[in-house]
Design a protein around this ligand. Structure first.
Ligand code: 5GP
Ligand code: MG
Length: 502
């Protein structure tokens, strides 16, 4: 296995974990519902935001760097005419600003206008790009979303919408949840592995497709169901319904488990399970697997909160040895020992280690009285580089904690994510080449416990064969250069290698 490979070489490596939405309404303008949806999906991306609408004659677009609330105002929303459209929030990548890659990607082709919003990351975008460049396509960005748009546009010259999407799906390899506007028709597509979430919602006067059901809730809509892996959903222009086309059928899915652990909102229902419930159950399993009796249990806000709730709840029922608790034994006290400054964001993606450390200190401050003289268990969802846990363990010791134990609601992250989470190289992952005991020493904790992969699958109520576990096993559901796969997959042959068209 190659060590320290840089993800940026895969698919030209724009590493995109984003939020997407598409709306088609009967008569109402789509801009405002799209705007509210993007607000609901802001946690999925804070670098840029954009909306593309179509009024039946013309496409309108407003895409800028910044948070949803800053990017749009009354003026920009009023220029986004039409009852159909799509929207996007983009996850920030390390090293800063990439205005070329802000989305939705909007363009006019011979066959009409296209808008494309993408969550995920292709692993074969380079091959398709160079093939299309040879055919005369000019690219304006180095992102993989534009590759999908050009490929689709080319296929639309020869085939109807559904067949064109199918052809493109047979060529692109990797992770994608897409909302697409083709003139005033809105579509949603999920890759055959269902790696990134995408769901369908019903509104009083139309339909919505969104990364997470929390966006549908925000519009007072009703979750209909998830878009199935390999499915294309086409919304009716008049908002009356949608058509479904199962374009690719695979035996197994590869849902990203990290969506449930960290990325999605706890109030979203993803692939049939409420994220909050999953996190609480993961917390319970964490107690059962590696509980430690301490005076207090406290979450790392906000990402560790649901885990800590479940952990403390289970700790109230059984002892760390798995015995039923005695009546007079209250178990472990749950306390908020760290206060979060809401106005600091994005510590994870700060470019330098020094800045990341400073940012953790800006973001979290201990409440001395809940910590002083006590043994403490700190619960977080994940350890990636180890910056947060190293800082927090020291912070709690400085605040007078007698012991600091760390419990983590995910397995050790040992390998990069090529599917869109901002974890690029093995070098930066603290657990990539360390045992659990070594990570414990590195972060300075008295003890450290991670959750097993078995518990992840149990709590998600999925078979391991239907999950993407690449970052915790180093084996991927896609065919990625220099990495091993966990299933029978082949990258589509592109260009000269490809078989003739049907
Ligand atoms: P570390 O400090 O170990 O590098 O990262 C772990 C912390 O970052 C945890 O508190 C976790 O909630 C958070 N985290 C994990 N993955 C991501 C991610 O993809 N983006 C951001 N912004 N935070 C993350
Ligand atoms: Mg966190």
């Amino acid at each position: 296995m190659q060590q320290g490979r840089d993800i940026r070489r895969v698919g030209d490596g724009l590493n995109e974990k984003c939020g997407v939405v598409g709306v088609s309404l009967g008569e109402r303008e789509a801009a405002r519902p799209l705007y509210y949806s993007l607000y609901a999906l802001q946690h999925r991306g804070q670098e840029s935001a954009g909306i593309v609408t179509h009024d039946g004659f013309q496409q309108h677009s407003h895409v800028e760097m910044g948070l949803v609330g800053d990017v749009f105002d009354e003026d920009s929303l009023s220029t986004l005419r039409g009852t159909a459209g799509i929207g996007h929030v983009r996850y920030p990548t390390a090293g800063g600003v990439n205005s070329c890659c802000a989305q939705p990607f909007a363009v006019s082709f011979k066959s009409g206008s296209l808008g494309l919003a993408h969550n995920g990351n292709l692993v074969n975008a380079d091959e398709i790009r160079s093939e299309l460049e040879d055919l005369g396509h000019a690219f304006t960005s180095n992102g993989d979303t534009e590759v999908i748009a050009h490929d689709l546009a080319r296929n639309l010259l020869e085939a109807d919408l559904v067949r064109a999407v199918k052809r493109t799906m047979e060529r692109i390899h990797g992770s994608y949840a897409l909302t697409i506007s083709h003139d005033d028709t809105v579509l949603g597509v999920r890759d055959p592995e269902g790696n990134r979430p995408l769901c369908i919602g019903k509104l009083d006067d139309g339909y919505v497709i969104a990364s997470e059901s929390a966006a549908i809730d925000t519009l007072d809509g009703e979750l209909v169901r998830d878009v199935r892996p390999g499915e294309l959903v086409v919304l009716e222009n008049d908002g009356s319904g949608f058509d479904s086309y199962q374009l690719v059928d695979k035996e197994n899915a590869a849902h990203c488990f990290f969506e449930h652990v960290y990325f999605s909102r706890p109030d979203s229902v993803i692939d049939g399970t409420l994220v909050y419930e999953v996190r609480r159950n993961l917390g319970r399993a964490l107690w059962e697997e590696s509980g430690v009796e301490t005076d207090v249990v406290m979450p790392v806000p906000d990402s560790g909160r649901a885990f800590a709730t479940g952990y403390a709840e289970a700790a109230g029922e059984t002892t760390a040895d798995g015995e039923q608790r005695a009546e007079d034994d209250d178990g472990v006290e749950f306390a908020e020992g760290l206060m979060k400054n809401r106005y600091v964001g994005r510590t994870f993606i700060m470019p330098t280690q020094d800045e990341r450390e400073r940012a953790v200190r800006l973001k979290l401050n201990p409440i001395r009285s809940t910590v002083e003289g006590k043994t403490v268990t700190l619960i977080d969802d994940s350890i990636v580089r180890g910056t947060t846990s190293t800082q927090l363990v020291q912070l709690l010791r400085d605040a007078g904690a007698e012991e600091v134990h760390m419990r983590i609601g995910a397995p050790p992250i040992v390998a990069p994510c090529y599917m869109g989470i901002d974890m690029h190289t093995r070098e930066e992952l603290i657990a990539a080449d360390r045992s659990v005991a070594e990570v414990r020493d590195e972060i300075g904790a008295d003890s450290l416990g991670y959750l097993s992969i078995d518990s992840i699958a149990d709590c998600l109520q999925k078979s391991q064969a239907d999950l993407c576990l690449g970052c915790v096993t180093g084996e991927y559901p896609y065919d990625i250069d220099g990495e091993t796969t966990d299933r029978d997959v082949t990258r589509p042959a592109i260009g000269a290698e490809a078989p003739a068209d049907d």
